[in-house]
Design a protein around this ligand. Structure first.
Ligand SMILES: *[C@@H]1O[C@H](CO)[C@@H](O)[C@H](O)[C@H]1NC(C)=O
Length: 329
């Protein structure tokens, strides 16, 4: 029986070895376990390269055809990064359309448009042609990235900066997590808030960056630089949310992502969901996402608490992980 699994010779040799040393059944068992362990470890490693988890066998292909998602990408005068990330994401399955939020004084050049159109056309499959659109804004404001998009077919929006790249499999997985919780934000970059103990009043809050999340294992926001949310939040942000929040964002050139986290938490009453994913920062600004500038962010949090009349953010320590990439339970 075992001869079909290992070669008979190997088994014999193992047997002799075992007999020669102690000859107990225990040793044989331990050896078998070691071999099985090694085989599993090798296989799970190899799967990373051979594409067991690659887009071809992604979640979408296992189930019936379904609605996809739209990418809304914020960009600012970094055409190389824009080309790089559009070229990457346009090959991801499930993607229906790409909307580039353009806030520069000059409209996108024809050559850039042509170049990106060509990339998207050649990358997206025949079955599903990805649509590419520029949303050109007159005013330069960080609120532009949350403007309502007319004729958006997909309900799910993947909001992403032009300088962060996630493998398609991570994006697809985050999308499937979002589908099971479509009212909340599902993203890759978690942040936290907590009550400042040093202050007398109990409603002064502190914003915590990556290290705080790492230390506590808890978070209450996911940043819109890489997150899925329902398109209905665009119209809530632009039309329903108090105009003074949007003004604050425009004037301070910061915190539009915190404002969106407040808005979604206030409407859903639920925490966001942090999804594990491999992030590749292709820009040179890796430092801001690792911490720093947290005083300005703390100011934003307290300002928005005043605007919303309460602290809507909900903390959680749940983290969504793709079960196919985890073999050790
Ligand atoms: C927060 O949610 C409440 C209840 O759903 C709603 O009435 C209110 O308008 C929301 N506030 C903001 C600023 O969106």
């Amino acid at each position: 029986m075992r001869g079909s699994f290992l070669s008979r010779r190997t088994v014999q040799r193992l047997r002799q070895l075992a007999i020669a040393t102690v000859g107990s059944v225990k040793i044989k068992l331990v050896l078998c376990c070691c071999i099985a362990f090694t085989v599993i470890a090798l296989l799970s490693r190899a799967s990373g390269f051979t594409g067991w988890t690659s887009p071809g066998v992604g979640l979408g292909r296992l189930s019936a055809p379904r609605k996809g998602y739209a990418i809304v990408m914020n960009t600012w005068k970094r055409y190389d990064l824009l080309k790089q990330s559009i070229s990457h994401y346009s090959s991801c399955p499930g993607l229906e359309s790409i909307h580039i939020v353009w806030s520069e004084p000059n409209p996108p050049s024809d050559s850039l448009k042509k170049f990106l159109d060509h990339i998207v056309q050649s990358n997206s499959g025949i079955a599903q042609q990805v649509e590419l659109k520029f949303d050109v804004n007159k005013e330069d404001s960080l609120n532009n990235r949350f403007k309502e998009i007319k004729d958006l077919k997909a309900d799910a929006v993947f909001s992403i900066d032009d300088d962060v790249i996630f493998p398609c499999s991570s994006v697809e997985f985050a999308f499937s997590v979002w589908q099971s919780a479509p009212d909340t934000m599902v993203g890759f970059v978690p942040r936290i808030h907590w009550v400042d103990q040093s202050k007398v009043s109990s409603d002064y809050y502190v914003y915590g960056g990556w290290w705080s999340v790492w230390w506590t294992g808890t978070y209450s926001m996911v940043l819109s630089k890489a997150a899925f949310f329902h398109k209905k939040y665009f119209s809530l942000y632009t039309n329903e949310m108090s105009a003074s929040v949007r003004e604050y964002v425009t004037n301070n050139r910061n915190c539009e992502d915190i404002a969106m986290s407040f808005l979604v938490a206030n409407a859903s009453g639920a925490p966001p969901i942090w999804v594990k994913g491999n992030i590749f920062e292709i820009g040179s600004t890796g430092i801001s996402s690792m911490g720093g500038h947290s005083e300005r962010r703390t100011q934003c949090v307290n300002r928005f608490v005043a605007e919303f009349g309460r602290m809507p953010l909900v903390s959680t320590s749940v983290k969504a992980v793709d079960g196919r990439n985890v073999w050790f339970w």
